[in-house]
Design a protein around this ligand. Structure first.
Ligand SMILES: [Zn+2]
Length: 240
């Protein structure tokens, strides 16, 4: 008993110091999490609150740095982003890296970053004009992102998009063909095109469509981009 009480000061302080600091840091983490949870509402999970930005309330928070902005990790694009923040429907979630989604088939077109930004603003305006800005921010945008990053399957994606329209009288063709042409993943472009084909209220005659698939590689382009497309440039037969 005497030994236990009079244990050597050095070793005892070492042990207790170690334990103490571990405990302290653990407490701090707990405290931080608690504060975060309090501050950001009861439903947020403590350490993933940033990775699942479901309620997109503030635009400035949503697009802090557009790291995963384009399917091609180009340093020049990234430099441009610094000059002017551009919007995209497919920003890289903070908990994902590009490797996790594999290589996506997609040939970037001219001014791709700018075009993605235009698409975003175009859709945002359409939703706003139909009094559905909230649906755009809370449903449409996150759905595009999740679909691109393989977090939801197509069937869920289309369901969310359809719901986001509600009863508003959107020009759905315009939205879907644009979306297909700008979606930086050929497989998903084709999925969107199939969805269009299956819906009479979206599908238009190919001659009048604003976008179409390249018959060779199946990538979807807006009409104005098709002539710049590699397959087309190399000659060969006329594409749709
Ligand atoms: Zn092609």
């Amino acid at each position: 008993m005497a030994n236990v009480e009079d244990f050597p000061p050095l070793s005892s302080s070492n042990v207790s110091f170690g334990q103490q600091s571990t405990l302290e840091s653990y407490k701090m983490v707990l405290k931080e999490n608690l504060n975060q949870t309090k501050a950001s509402g009861s439903k947020q999970r403590k350490d993933t609150s940033e990775t699942k930005p479901k309620p997109l309330k503030e635009e400035t928070i949503e697009w802090p740095d557009l790291d995963g902005f384009c399917s091609i990790p180009s340093p020049t694009l990234r430099k441009k982003d610094d000059d002017k923040i551009q919007r995209t429907l497919f920003p890289q979630p903070s908990n994902k890296d590009r490797l996790s989604i594999g290589v996506k088939k997609f040939e970037p077109f001219k001014y791709m970053d700018q075009r993605q930004d235009e698409l975003y603003r175009h859709l945002e305006r359409i939703y706003s004009e139909n009094d559905r800005y909230k649906e755009f921010m809370e449903n449409f945008v996150p759905a595009c992102r999740s679909y691109y990053w393989n977090e939801i399957p197509g069937i869920v994606f289309f369901e969310i998009i359809a719901k986001s329209f509600g009863s508003a009288s959107f020009d759905k063709s315009d939205i879907f063909y644009r979306l297909a042409a700008h979606f930086p993943d050929v497989d998903k472009q084709q999925e969107i095109m199939s969805y269009i084909q299956d819906h009479d209220d979206i599908r238009v005659d190919p001659k009048n469509a604003i976008a179409s698939s390249c018959k060779r590689c199946l990538q979807v382009f807006m009409n104005e981009d098709m002539k710049e497309h590699g397959c087309r440039k190399k000659g060969g037969k006329k594409l749709i």
